[in-house]
Design a protein around this ligand. Structure first.
Ligand code: GDP
Ligand code: PGA
Ligand code: MN
Ligand code: MN
Length: 612
């Protein structure tokens, strides 16, 4: 018998009636229940009592450990094989293969539906099926973006309660016939009568499937965030990017921040960096330069639509932060530390301290003398492996963020004046480059490259093209996606479009391998230069790749960086760029016929300027 069965709670009710009269929703839930045969069905209401009952149940099941040192917060360790997004198991099942494009895995939707039905058959046996009505973005948005996730994982439920707006208020807003994205999830670990459960049930077979035409999601086998919290990557990026293409807006892997200058001028900036490349940190920046202030609107996803005034307005569809733990500390990201200290957090795959707190590499300069590592083993500073998985995460309500901008509550969003693209590159890419115009900026985004990180299963540190930091998230053909970006610019008033910049906090000294730029709070200096470029007050020099800061135009007052190091961080090295060009060419060859000719023209221009 499992703890679930031993301790009947208010959650143990079998629902035979549906708390809605939405016919399509009822039919889908009934069909999924008949297929997966759960012992119980529970419609999530979203009350604090229900949330607490789920947390208590997760503690009783041995999945969660309640932390003594943080208010209402929990530690959790996943199965060691279920720690990150699985890009090779992620599919875009468009009707035509060409619509998935050369960057996505594709399978015929009919074939995939058969596979998924077979996997789901009986997969919730012995478990509770939770039905989570949710909305991405605001419930009072002009067109609320509804979804309903079905899952057999209480971990997913409590995480979705943090990351999205969930429960009865959403179900009521759905009414009897509003559109919603059906998002089906099962960990794929049925329990036979009497079979003991494990702390993190999951399945070796994993599928993360999007059906773009019918706007459906089906996920199997994993409990990890990006694979299982289906409102996040699956809906707000993969499905939403298809909606955005069809409706003329943008669904992007971007943070949103509000930057106020010492003179009180406000600019809103969006920035796309690949997973684990600095979005959460930049979104919560504490600038080191006096008088500059950053406030947070979002740290992972931006939906951008044109307003009546012709400007591009961004909203954050999420309600929580799902941040990379390692490297997050009082020195690097004090606002994230304050957010997680405020309570209501779930920590996954970090280390546990002996006094009931969490720790991870980079939180404090010195490690505690003894920890329980993410695999449940004793850990000391002499241990050979890190205490926390490199992709360990904190999941925290966004309201905990002490510098949350008040505009976060505005369903209209904020007008963006600059977009930054960035990646993790040891070489070649300078600290900051300004594009000449929207098309050139689109070229920068489309050719963005970054070293792979632990946020996805697979090799780490391999340079790959990650267009607009969206490689794993574009729900359609990448060539069409580039054309969509071009079209957005063509249709707009160019004077009102955001200016596009390319940044790299991760360039390294060829001699000793150290970071050339100190990063974190010092990145405020780059934001200052960006704003001064918007205002036309900072000087720049033209290079083959775009405009870079003229000597002296980047504020380095009080910065502990040598002139030589700074020069290396800002350098545009023609030899490095000559080596980069064939990689860009190869990338466009891979995209094939759908590569917009405007981008090929941009590449020709770059070659010519490099003398190639
Ligand atoms: P996200 O996944 O894009 O949101 O990235 P995070 O902000 O969580 O950062 C991922 C990792 O990169 C963390 O370990 C950070 O400490 C590290 N990081 C973030 N910003 C910087 C920076 O400016 N410089 C350096 N060197 N590391 C950074
Ligand atoms: P990240 O979010 O971008 O903050 O790492 C999770 C992910 O992209 O997998
Ligand atoms: Mn992300
Ligand atoms: Mn993040």
């Amino acid at each position: 018998m499992t703890a679930l069965d031993e301790t009947p709670t208010e959650l143990d009710t079998v629902t035979t009636t549906h708390p809605t009269s939405h016919a399509k929703l009822i039919a889908w839930v009934d069909e999924m229940a008949a297929l997966t045969t759960p012992d119980r069905i529970h419609w999530i209401t979203g009350t604090p009592e229900e949330h607490q009952a789920l947390l208590d149940e997760l503690v009783a099941a041995g999945t969660f450990t309640k932390l003594d040192k943080k208010p209402n917060s929990y530690w959790c360790a996943s199965d060691p094989t279920d720690v990150a997004r699985v890009e090779d198991r992620t599919f875009i099942c468009s009707v035509d293969e060409e619509d998935a494009g050369p960057t996505n895995n594709w399978m015929d939707p009919g074939e995939m539906r058969v596979i998924m039905r077979d996997l789901y058959r009986g997969s919730m046996k012995g478990r509770t099926m939770y039905v989570i009505p949710f909305v991405m973005g605001h419930l009072d948005a002009e067109k609320p973006m509804f979804g309903v996730e079905i899952t057999d994982s209480p971990y997913v439920v409590v995480s979705m309660n943090v990351m999205a707006r969930t429960g009865t208020k959403v179900l009521e807003a759905l009414g009897t016939d509003a559109d919603f994205v059906p998002a089906m999830h099962s960990i794929g670990a049925p329990l036979e009568p009497g079979q003991a459960d494990v702390a993190w049930p999951c399945n070796d077979t994993k599928y993360i499937v999007q059906f773009p035409e019918s706007r459906e999601i089906q996920s199997f086998g994993s409990g990890y965030g990006g694979n299982a919290l289906l409102g996040k990557k699956c809906y707000s990026l993969r499905i939403a990017s298809v909606m955005a293409r069809d409706e003329g807006w943008l669904a992007e892997h971007m943070l949103i921040l509000k930057l106020t200058s010492p003179q009180g001028t406000v600019n809103y900036i969006a920035a796309a960096f690949p997973s684990a490349c600095g979005k959460t940190n930049l979104a919560m920046l504490e600038p080191t330069i006096p008088g500059w202030k950053v406030e947070t609107l979002g740290d992972d996803i931006a939906w951008m639509r044109f307003g009546k005034d012709g400007r591009l307005y961004a909203t954050n569809p999420e309600n929580g932060l799902f941040g990379v733990a390692p490297g997050t500390g009082w020195d690097t990201n004090p606002n994230a530390m304050r957010a997680i200290d405020a309570g209501g957090s779930v920590f996954t795959n970090v280390a546990l301290t002996d006094d009931g707190d969490v720790w991870w590499e980079g939180m404090t300069p010195e490690a505690p003398a003894h920890l329980t590592d993410w695999k449940g083993r004793d850990w000391t500073p002499d241990s050979t492996e890190p205490s926390s998985h490199p992709n360990s995460r904190f999941c925290t309500p966004i309201r905990n963020c002490p510098i949350l901008a008040e505009e976060y509550d505005d369903p209209q969003g904020v007008p963006i004046s600059a977009i930054l693209f960035g990646g993790r590159r040891k070489t070649t890419i300078p600290l900051v480059t300004e594009s000449r115009d929207w098309t050139h900026g689109t070229f920068m985004g489309a050719t963005l490259s970054s070293e792979t990180t632990a946020a996805a299963v697979g090799a780490v540190g391999v340079v790959r093209r990650d267009p607009m930091a969206m490689l794993p998230f574009i729900g359609y053909n990448a060539g069409d996606y580039f054309q969509h970006w071009i079209n957005v610019g063509k249709d707009a008033d160019s004077t009102k479009l955001p200016k596009i910049f390319y940044v790299n906090w991760f360039r390294r000294d060829a001699e000793d391998g150290s970071f050339l730029w100190p990063g974190f709070g010092e990145n405020g200096r780059v934001l200052k230069w960006v704003v001064e470029r918007l205002e036309g007050t900072a000087a720049a020099v033209e290079t083959p790749i775009g405009h870079v800061p003229a000597p002296g135009s980047l504020d380095v007052d009080g910065l502990d960086v040598s002139a030589e190091q700074l020069e290396k961080a800002l350098a545009v090295d023609p030899e490095e760029w000559k080596a980069e060009v064939p990689l860009i060419q190869e990338w466009f060859d891979k995209i094939g016929d759908k590569t917009p000719t405007t981008l090929l023209t941009e590449l020709d221009g770059l070659k010519a300027r490099l003398g190639l």
